[in-house]
Write a protein that binds this ligand. Structure first.
Ligand SMILES: NC(=O)c1ccc[n+]([C@@H]2O[C@H](COP(=O)([O-])OP(=O)(O)OC[C@H]3O[C@@H](n4cnc5c(N)ncnc54)[C@H](O)[C@@H]3O)[C@@H](O)[C@H]2O)c1
Length: 254
């Protein structure tokens, strides 16, 4: 693909690093103007500095008013919002019975409420300005039980559900909403928690487990091109769908 997103205006949440940063780079390489947002303003600015047409803004997706203001600002300046990538997310490694309500809500606040705010405000703006493409960052953990990350997996299952509802409600306005469901990708979200997984699961090498399940640890470059495809009109007949990128992990029971 080349320039398939020419002149499109995009917001990426959680774009300071990891998957969000790679998606921002990918959208930019396809011609989009990308507003890179994150709770980490310095990180977002660093990503934006790598882009041909990038800019950055601080936005905590837990703050619904801040997300609304971000979308309003982009629409006021560019007259449109074509692409929203609701990507920001966090995790803790916590056994279900040890999970406090505080830990539970802290993860749902970002991974579910933050996505809800991003989809809601982007959807409303896109419906008013001629349509667009919204991409939610779910996970294969939304399809199955996921030891030690029950809050995270519950949020991802809910994101898959809200993606479908938003797709159906907004399709009459030219807005498509699709979810990407990665397997385990080598970002800080996973790598920083590797030893915690090993300790809690009583295994020596979480990497070896992933090698068997996925073939290898995923890379951000395995996912980012899919986001560009879903953002573009080339995916125009895809709506309310879940796109799995997991090296076959969820295809197998063993
Ligand atoms: N890495 C994986 O294996 C994997 C797999 C499936 C889904 N995902 C999802 O992909 C998304 C990106 O994850 P990643 O692996 O790149 O993680 P990451 O930790 O590398 O990056 C997450 C980014 O989100 C930002 N962020 C955290 N809280 C925020 C908030 N309240 N408001 C705005 N930004 C916030 C962080 O500052 C960071 O820049 C997440 O939704 C994650 O759940 C990741």
């Amino acid at each position: 693909m080349a320039d398939v997103l020419k002149d499109k205006i995009a917001i990426v949440t959680g774009g300071a690093k990891g998957l969000g940063a790679a998606i921002a780079v990918e959208l930019d390489s396809e011609g989009a103007r990308v507003v890179v947002t994150d709770i980490d303003g310095d990180g977002a600015a660093k990503t934006a500095a790598e882009l041909a047409r990038g800019e950055s803004a601080v936005c905590d997706v837990r703050d619904d008013a801040a997300v609304e203001a971000l979308v309003a600002d982009v629409v006021a300046r560019y007259g449109t919002l074509d692409i929203m990538v609701a990507n920001a997310g966090i995790a803790t490694v916590t056994p279900f019975t040890e999970m406090t309500m505080e830990i539970w809500h802290s993860v749902l606040a970002v991974n579910l409420d933050g996505v809800f705010s991003s989809v809601r405000h982007a959807g409303r703006a896109m419906a008013a300005t001629g349509g667009g493409s919204i991409i939610t960052m779910a996970s294969i953990t939304g399809f199955a039980g996921s030891p030690l990350i029950g809050h995270y997996a519950a949020a991802k299952a809910a994101v898959i559900s809200l993606t479908k509802t938003a797709a159906v409600e907004l399709r009459g306005h030219g807005v498509r909403v699709n979810a990407i469901c990665p397997g385990f990708i080598g970002t800080d979200l996973v790598l920083d928690r590797k030893s915690q997984f090993e300790e809690a699961l009583g295994i020596d090498d979480f990497g070896a487990v992933l090698d068997q399940a996925q073939g290898r640890l995923g890379e951000v470059g395995d996912v980012a091109p899919l986001a560009a495809f879903l953002a573009s009109d080339r995916s125009r007949f895809s709506n309310g769908s879940t796109f799995v990128v997991d090296g076959g992990m969820s295809a197998s029971l063993v």
